[in-house]
Design a protein around this ligand. Structure first.
Ligand SMILES: *Cc1c(COP(=O)(O)O)cnc(C)c1O
Length: 222
């Protein structure tokens, strides 16, 4: 299957209001160009060096999303061009992004990553940590970051009910925050959940943004 036909197939299953993020990490620029030629404009990468190298050689109208674990010392490299940072998983990171964005006179769009999987290895805020963070006085000092919504990753498992439960947890938390803390923030509207193996469930559970890699580009060579 070609990249183009993979995209066509996936597009058939995604409602128009759900944003497809083509996860191009570990794939060469030529593969991204192929997806671009098929009409895609939003690409997700997980390494700072890789996203920067690709951004300079690929078309200017690509919207680059950072989906990996971001180290504070590397924030400054992506702030000038990043369209959305998905995985903000601590207040420390949020503060550093805010500082860097302020220095460069930019507003940076971010999603707060919530730990929804029952397994230990995934990054993110717990629900109580998240509520504590956004209720704190320090949170009000964040002025250069737009919190556009939440992001989460389900457990890597064949148990579809478990995956569904985890996505539902994220959707419920989103609704709760949308009706309270972010009631006046029209840009707080994204729920980034769903990958190649579970995006159909994620969409059923209210995802607004799916991050799909291997189903488009094939199995990655790390
Ligand atoms: C790699 C990655 C994806 C894409 O995973 P696939 O299973 O290849 O679709 C999505 N989200 C995050 C955070 C990733 O790191």
């Amino acid at each position: 299957m070609s990249i183009q036909s993979n995209i066509l197939e996936i597009r058939n299953h995604i409602p128009h209001q759900v944003q497809l993020v083509c996860v191009s990490k570990f794939n060469p620029a030529e593969a991204i160009q192929e997806a671009y030629n098929a009409g895609e404009r939003v690409f997700g990468e997980s390494k700072v060096q890789e996203i920067c190298a690709k951004a300079v050689i690929l078309p200017d109208d690509i919207k680059w999303h950072f989906i990996g674990h971001l180290q504070t010392n590397k924030i400054k490299y992506i702030v000038p061009f990043i369209s959305l940072i998905h995985g903000v998983d601590s207040f420390k990171l949020l503060k550093e992004i805010d500082k860097s964005a302020g220095k460069m006179n930019r507003q940076v769009n971010c999603l707060l990553q919530v730990h929804i999987a029952e397994e230990e290895t995934k990054f993110g805020f717990s629900e109580s940590e998240l509520i504590q963070t956004i209720s704190g006085d320090e949170f009000k000092l964040i002025t250069n970051v737009k919190i556009c919504g939440l992001m989460g990753m389900a457990t890597f498992t064949d148990d579809k009910n478990k995956i569904r439960r985890e996505f539902n947890t994220l959707k419920n938390l989103f609704d709760k925050l949308k009706s309270t803390f972010f009631a006046n923030e029209s840009y707080f509207k994204e729920i980034s959940m769903g990958m190649s193996d579970d995006y159909l469930i994620a969409i059923e559970e209210g995802s607004t943004m799916v991050r799909i890699g291997s189903s488009i580009f094939g199995v990655r060579n790390y």
